[in-house]
Design a protein. Structure first.
Length: 207
């Protein structure tokens, strides 16, 4: 089984790629993903519910797909560096989740480029109108990255419904705002979407 959707962006001479993994891809990389999900520094920035093993990783990805979400593995110059997904899909809105698992790549702009790539996919290819980005209030890195992409604080009922706890807050960005701020990325991202269905339903919260 091949990836349903693949998006690529060349930025400053480096190739950034998102692709939807098959169940076999998830199984192949489950140990690596579990290690990243359980890394204390990563856990501290997420609202998780416990340690994940390889079976938990496979179950999460299966549930994400079944609920209508879209999950992507992220690669930079061919190396797997993390994952991103669009979850909690309702109408033309969704929630963005991102994890750059490799510590040496965190805080170096990798997540920002990959998130921008996914937002192009979400808005240009999948027809979403707004994307939310919940995060812990003390996750300054995530909040700064979101702000650089055009996200603004959102206290609406819809945004607050995505919060896992009072320790979290939500930012959101609309398709029109993102496109105006990031016209270069909008035109530069290349997507193989021949078999990509539209987003429907809602997806589970991360464990």
């Amino acid at each position: 089984m091949t990836a349903v959707l693949r998006a690529c962006l060349t930025h400053q001479g480096r190739r950034f790629e998102l692709y939807e993994p098959s169940p076999a891809d998830v199984d192949l990389h489950a140990a690596t993903l579990a290690g990243w999900y359980n890394e204390p520094a990563n856990v501290a920035m997420m609202e998780g519910s416990g340690v994940m093993d390889e079976a938990d990783v496979a179950a999460f990805w299966q549930e994400l797909r079944a609920a209508g979400g879209r999950g992507f593995f992220a690669r930079v110059d061919g190396a797997l560096v993390g994952d991103l997904d669009l979850r909690s899909v309702r109408g033309r809105t969704a929630e963005l989740a991102i994890m750059i698992g490799e510590r040496q790549r965190q805080g170096r702009g990798v997540g920002r480029v990959l998130a921008a790539t996914l937002l192009v996919v979400a808005f240009r290819e999948l027809g979403l109108e707004k994307v939310y980005a919940p995060s812990r209030r003390d996750n300054a890195r995530m909040r700064a990255m979101a702000a650089s992409l055009g996200f603004v604080d959102d206290e609406s009922d819809e945004a607050r419904a995505l919060l896992d706890s009072d320790a979290c807050t939500t930012q959101s960005v609309t398709a029109s705002s993102f496109r105006a701020l990031h016209a270069d990325a909008w035109s530069a991202v290349r997507v193989d979407s021949a078999s990509a269905p539209p987003l429907t339903g809602s997806s589970p919260r991360a464990t």
